[in-house]
Design a protein around this ligand. Sequence first.
Ligand SMILES: [Zn+2]
Length: 305
Amino acid sequence: MTLLGWFELGGFVVGLLFGSFLNVCISRLPEHESVVQPRSRCGECGHPIRWYDNVPVLSWVLLRAKCRDCAKRISWRYPVVELAVAIWFAATAERLREFVSANSSFPSFADVAGLAVIGFLLIGLMVMDWRTQRLPDAFTLPGIAIGFALTCVQAWFLAPGEGDIALNPTHQLRMNSPGSFQARGNVFVTGPEAMVLGRVGAIVGAALILLVIRWTYKALRGQQGMGLGDVKLLAMIAAFLGFGGSLMALGVGVMTAAIYAVALLAMRRATAKTKLPFGSFLAAGGLFAAMWGQRAVEWYVNLWR
Ligand SMILES: [Zn+2]
């Protein structure tokens, strides 16, 4: 195997381990239980799970999806979540290899770290909202903090003058000392300021979009249509991907939710009053925007050329 393959394989194995931990989070966080204590037990007979029965994916297959002690079925959710995180991390490792071979510096590394973290969080939130209609603060709020912190790291490592927003660009200022640069125009906001303040604006803006929809729905229908969890989830996506990324996530989320709803109605499996786990679709949109957002935009722009 080449170096290329080892990178992805490493990501895959690390992803399996994180997926295993994510399963614990998915089972316990919506019930406000600790993810550290106690050790994992069978939900039916309460027997602690032996370490060799706790190997990601493999144990589920070897046990043929049954508890060793009471033969109660183990949900297929466990291996699927483990595989999903493993595949996500393998794809992230591929990005990391691209950055390493492109000789990129630390900011891109922060990008790759962000991709891994947002994948872990969004896969978890997607499953939790689907199962319990809950989007735990224990995921969304630290998610907002991590996404914002990574943006600050990227801002810190901007080159001099990079990303500056200048007024009056005809006015040029050249400094001739070591480490200086040529400024084009009067710098209104420096690159790091623009990046950090822009991200704060993106987080607040994304939250406001859903808050306005929530208030409007409440005013028109007299009942709550959207939870605050969805608001925090979109703010989290904005913290990692910026405002454009959060808009794409929202668009993809609304579209897939609508297709799903129409399919349910057509099959008479739902009525107009059925509640959809919108957060799951929003999280799926976020995953799409995080991994393929840039490529989707490029594809779309080229389409109109
Ligand atoms: Zn059991």
